[in-house]
Write a protein that binds this ligand. Structure first.
Ligand SMILES: Cc1cc2nc3c(=O)[nH]c(=O)nc-3n(C[C@H](O)[C@H](O)[C@H](O)COP(=O)(O)OP(=O)(O)OC[C@H]3O[C@@H](n4cnc5c(N)ncnc54)[C@H](O)[C@@H]3O)c2cc1C
Length: 397
């Protein structure tokens, strides 16, 4: 297996790199590279620039406005976006998009897909509930049929960006008989419907991207059911496959590795750059080798996918390793910055404050970044659960 890029792939990489360098607004790039939080408008603005270029949904088939790129091209695209400091928020495009293409009715495809690719409508994922995270099939939010509507009651939790969302794709219980998986349905819920309350959860990083969502007699038209009633579990699993496939984080690891080297070169220990300290240098070299090994694993998986041999649960291996590496890199960055990592001034900076900072700009949000990375081994399926999947794959359990 030859994992080197072909001449055509190198040209493609140069094209994407040039595009990101010339078209990404500098204010957005600076926020990403300085670990500042992004506003909804930052993400939408960049997405629309990509979409105008025909790159709004790299993984979609061409018939729905996708690019028709190979998996390797999509990886190159992702990596160049990360390295160029571009936001990478694709959850709804990469999750609900493929689900509607596979399971949606003609009316659902026509209604929703065009506004997903332009980001005119923002989606959130209503899967987890208190008491139903890893054990998702035990979810309890009920949807009872009443004429041409479902009446939804219950609660979701950890719903990323629900406060931005126009729509939620939501798992609900439509039957309490039989196996728990057999009574679940997949609904599309308009977040403006009366009876929905969104409450923020402030995370360890100080940010408010997470929410609780409450449903109190929320009326949802039956036409918003995807696939068949009580067959939502197969839709849910199909979507999770797409979610995990996006979680190798190779591009983000490379960006953090570059930031680590820059920060270690700028910060001093006993008057000398930290990067010249043999012990610290050894640790950077070690993590760099691990990132390289991780990248090669991803390339091997992508080459299998190109050859149409579905990689399936191997994405769990990539998710576990990628999230561990992100945590390791964020720990090393914290060590580089020491006490400079602690100042936290997001409100002042987002308001455009230009005054002096108590520490270099490149490290001032590091503690928040470090705390945010703790969630990588939980969100999208915990490491323990991924290891169960990997064990099942190897041992045939
Ligand atoms: C930042 C962030 C964003 C998120 N965004 C969303 C979102 O947008 N939409 C959404 O629906 N959900 C979202 N989630 C929720 C996420 O999917 C769940 O947190 C995750 O599935 C774990 O569920 P839980 O929190 O209920 O933990 P639990 O399932 O209660 O797990 C607790 C502990 O037990 C372990 N454990 C559980 N079962 C097993 C097992 N069978 N074998 C071994 N160990 C086990 C887990 O690994 C974990 O360590 C988000 C979570 C985070 C942290």
């Amino acid at each position: 297996m030859d994992l080197r890029e072909t001449a055509a792939e190198k040209r493609f990489r140069d094209e994407v790199r040039g595009f990101v360098q010339s078209k990404l607004p500098h204010d957005i790039r600076d926020k990403v590279l300085n670990f500042q939080s992004l506003e909804k408008n930052d993400i939408v603005r960049w997405h629309r620039i990509l979409n105008a270029q025909g790159w709004g949904a790299p993984a979609w088939p061409k018939e729905y406005g996708g690019t028709g790129w190979t998996p390797l091209q999509r990886h190159i695209f992702d990596e160049e976006c990360f390295l160029g400091g571009a936001p990478r928020y694709y959850s709804h495009v990469n999750m609900i998009g493929p689900v509607l293409q596979r399971f949606g009715t003609a009316a659902q495809k026509a209604r929703f897909l065009p506004k997903i690719i332009t980001m005119e409508e923002w989606w959130c994922q209503g899967y987890s509930e208190p008491g139903a995270g890893s054990d998702l099939a035990s979810l309890n939010t009920r949807a009872e049929r009443s004429g041409d509507k479902y009446i939804v009651n219950g609660q979701k939790i950890w719903t990323s960006y629900a406060h931005y969302a126009d729509w939620m794709f939501c798992l609900v219980r439509t039957s309490a008989t039989g196996k728990p998986q057999e009574g679940i349905s997949f609904l599309l819920i308009d977040m403006k419907t009366p009876g929905i309350t969104v409450r923020p959860i402030v995370g360890l990083n100080g940010g408010g991207d997470l929410n609780e969502v409450f449903f109190d007699n929320v009326e949802v038209p039956v036409g918003n059911l995807v696939h068949e009633e009580n067959k939502g579990w197969s839709v849910a699993k199909y979507l999770l496959g797409f979610e995990r496939a996006g979680h190798s984080f190779v591009g983000l690891c490379k960006l953090l590795l570059r930031r680590l080297k820059e920060t270690a070169a700028a910060e001093k220990k006993h008057g000398k750059p930290l990067i010249d300290d043999p012990c610290f240098r050894h640790r950077i070299a070690q993590v760099e080798m691990n990132v390289l090994a991780h990248e090669w694993t991803l390339l091997r998986v992508l080459s299998l996918e190109s050859a149409r041999q579905a990689p399936g649960p191997v994405f769990s291996v990539l998710k576990v390793r990628g999230s561990e590496l992100l945590q390791e890199l964020s720990e090393l960055l914290m060590e580089c910055a020491g006490p400079y990592a602690l100042p936290y001034l997001p409100a002042a900076l987002s308001a455009g404050w230009q005054g002096e900072l108590p520490c270099p700009l490149r490290v001032h949000m590091l503690a928040a970044h470090y705390f945010d990375r703790r969630s990588m081994t939980i969100r999208g399926g915990t490491t323990e659960v991924q290891k169960n999947i990997i064990a099942g794959m190897i041992l045939g359990l």
